[in-house]
Design a protein around this ligand. Structure first.
Ligand SMILES: C[S@@+](CC[C@H](N)C(=O)[O-])C[C@H]1O[C@@H](n2cnc3c(N)ncnc32)[C@H](O)[C@@H]1O
Length: 258
């Protein structure tokens, strides 16, 4: 039955008759709604992302929880060298997803205090089941809760400050003002800056915007040449307009002023 309906839709999709066009569009809408409702009940990850988009739309950045162990070895090693084996430091993994980043950071920074924060409650519930030591804490992300654990010597904000990068690339979208405005990125960077100690490092990697375009840029100096040269998605200026042929953006910043 469903196969037959699909076949009819396929055959009539390119029709110029407005009634047929309207009927096909309505059918597709109904079909997609049914599929999404079904998915909402059977797919926990889909449900958690949809709820974030509905109830946390002001605060949420990247919604997908994709992550894996040792995702950024060059950056992690550079930051490790910066602290030169110091143990009494506090690290924040902002947007830690299901915790692999925190476990990875533990291997680079033994014996330090590490907080993993994420806005997705399902991901944080997964984090809490990980074999973590007692100097690792996972929290559901809110500024006031994170602040209670700070200030931090290092903040890692990796693949968080962006929205739908693959969709935007595929569609050739040249302004992301409506999808992910610069102001939202900047507000988050200012909050992260407020959590960081002087001489601390803020690592903002895989982003659609540059930290250097924000109002706190004057406090920061880029460390080395570590950049998001491996970021394949388009980047945008502070007016949310596409930057053509952008230079690779720096990723690790030292907070040299308060
Ligand atoms: C693609 S994952 C990145 C995970 C990890 N940092 C990495 O690079 O592998 C993006 C994560 O950012 C989280 N996120 C988005 N907005 C957030 C916010 N306002 N506060 C905390 N986490 C957020 C999402 O829930 C998701 O888990």
């Amino acid at each position: 039955m469903i196969g037959a309906v699909k076949q009819v839709v396929k055959e009539y999709r390119s029709s110029n008759n407005p009634i047929i066009k309207f009927s096909i569009a309505s059918l597709s809408l109904c079909w997609n709604s049914v599929k999404n409702i079904k998915r909402f009940f059977v797919d926990n990850e889909f449900r958690s992302i949809l709820l974030l988009q509905i109830f946390q739309s002001k605060n949420v950045h990247q919604t997908t929880p994709l992550t894996y162990m040792d995702r950024y070895p060059i950056i992690f090693s550079a930051c490790k060298d910066y602290f030169g084996g110091k143990k009494d430091i506090k690290i924040l993994s902002f947007g830690c997803s299901t915790g692999e980043e925190v476990l990875t950071l533990r291997s680079y920074f033994p014996d330090t205090y590490i907080v993993g924060a994420d806005i997705n409650k399902r991901s944080i519930a997964k984090c809490r089941k990980l074999p973590a030591d007692n100097k690792i804490t996972f929290i559901h992300s809110s500024y006031s809760d994170i602040q209670k654990h700070g200030p931090f010597d290092a903040v890692f904000c990796m693949a968080v400050l962006q929205r739908k990068p693959h969709y935007i690339a595929a569609k050739g979208i040249s302004s992301i003002k409506k999808i992910y405005p610069f102001e939202k990125f900047e507000k988050q960077v200012i909050e992260l800056d407020g959590l960081l100690k002087e001489q601390g490092i803020l690592t903002v990697h895989f982003t659609q915007y540059s930290l250097m375009d924000t109002s706190v840029a004057y406090k920061y100096e880029a460390m080395g040449n570590y950049n998001q040269g491996d970021y394949r998605s388009p980047v945008f200026d502070k007016n949310s307009q596409l930057v053509n042929n952008p230079l690779p953006q720096k990723s690790i910043f030292i907070k040299s002023k308060r």
